[in-house]
Design a binder for this molecule. Structure first.
Ligand code: CDP
Length: 272
């Protein structure tokens, strides 16, 4: 593989990014729900070239027992990168970075979940990064939240996440790998979209107060867009699952929305 070369610029004289995007433009996103047969819930995300699969198991008995929480389920997240997911082979042993990102993802998802409904149990989320091209913690949150909904874990809302960064003095949403590596910093964030409560906010690099405010506004706008894509992916999966609705375009009584509402209700998704 040819060594990575630092690009001459991250923003062109026309104000476009290295992959031709505008500063506030997300990469193309593809979300799929129910991608793993064995898991209770699962989802995948392609965000540009970043590709991640999340599988949820549980609520189920917790081992080791000393981790048991008497008043709620333990949310256990394992974020891992496949050895082939990055240009240099990723060593298979869990790295400090993977452990930290696992914790950050759990903390970003927890505020939306009614874990108190399943005391003394565990909800496991296994996340594998198949291909990393920047923004993996946020893409992982987008997929994991969908996998939790697919598993029927009661939740207040799906959680969308995105990283906003800075390169050549310009704020950019949804950084790609080169923008992440050679840019001036990034702010990954996740929100509960209905209330705009922030469940993840990290900062790498330096931002002025004004830049940070603007970055967060750009992040909220992008998260709301992502939230629509998440809901749409979930709807598609329920339409597919409904036995008397074999064809997505074939509504028996024309009440497409009614079918969706019933099915979303079954998943105990408590969106408004
Ligand atoms: O992926 P995310 O932006 O959430 O986390 P990061 O630690 O800021 O990593 C940024 C990017 O660096 C990842 O998305 C990968 O593309 C790349 N990376 C890598 O090439 N090799 C690693 N061992 C870890 C990350």
């Amino acid at each position: 593989m040819s060594p990575e070369v630092k690009p001459d610029f991250l923003i062109s004289p026309e104000g476009l990014r290295i992959d031709g995007r505008r500063p506030d433009e997300m990469r193309p996103i593809e979300l799929k729900v129910g991608v793993l047969k064995q898991a209770d819930g699962s989802a995948s995300i392609r965000q540009g070239k970043t590709y991640i699969i999340a599988g949820v198991y549980g609520p189920r008995e917790l081992h080791p027992r000393h981790l048991t929480l008497n008043d709620r389920a333990y949310l256990r997240v394992e974020y891992r990168m496949a050895t082939f997911s990055v240009p240099d082979r990723k060593r298979p042993a869990p790295s400090r970075r993977e452990r930290e990102i696992s914790m950050v993802i759990a903390n970003a998802l927890k505020p939306a979940l009614f874990l108190q409904e399943f005391p003394k149990s565990v909800v496991d989320i296994f996340i594998t990064v198949i291909q990393a091209d920047g923004g993996t913690r946020c893409a992982a949150i987008n997929a994991a939240s969908l996998a939790l909904a697919d598993a029927g874990i009661p939740m207040r809302s799906l959680i969308p996440a995105v990283a906003v960064g800075k390169a050549d003095g310009k704020l950019l949403v949804d950084l790609g790998d080169e923008e992440d590596k050679y840019g001036q910093g990034d702010v990954p964030m996740a929100i509960i979209p209905q209330t705009e409560e922030i469940t993840l906010l990290q900062q790498d690099g330096s931002f002025t107060r004004e830049e940070l405010n603007e970055a967060m506004q750009m992040g909220i706008t992008s998260c709301k867009y992502l939230h629509e894509l998440q809901k749409e992916a979930l709807r598609r999966s329920y339409v597919k699952k409904t036995p008397d609705n074999g064809d997505e375009d074939d509504d028996d009584d024309g009440s497409y929305e009614d079918d969706l509402e019933t099915d979303l209700g079954e998943a105990e998704l408590m969106e408004d």
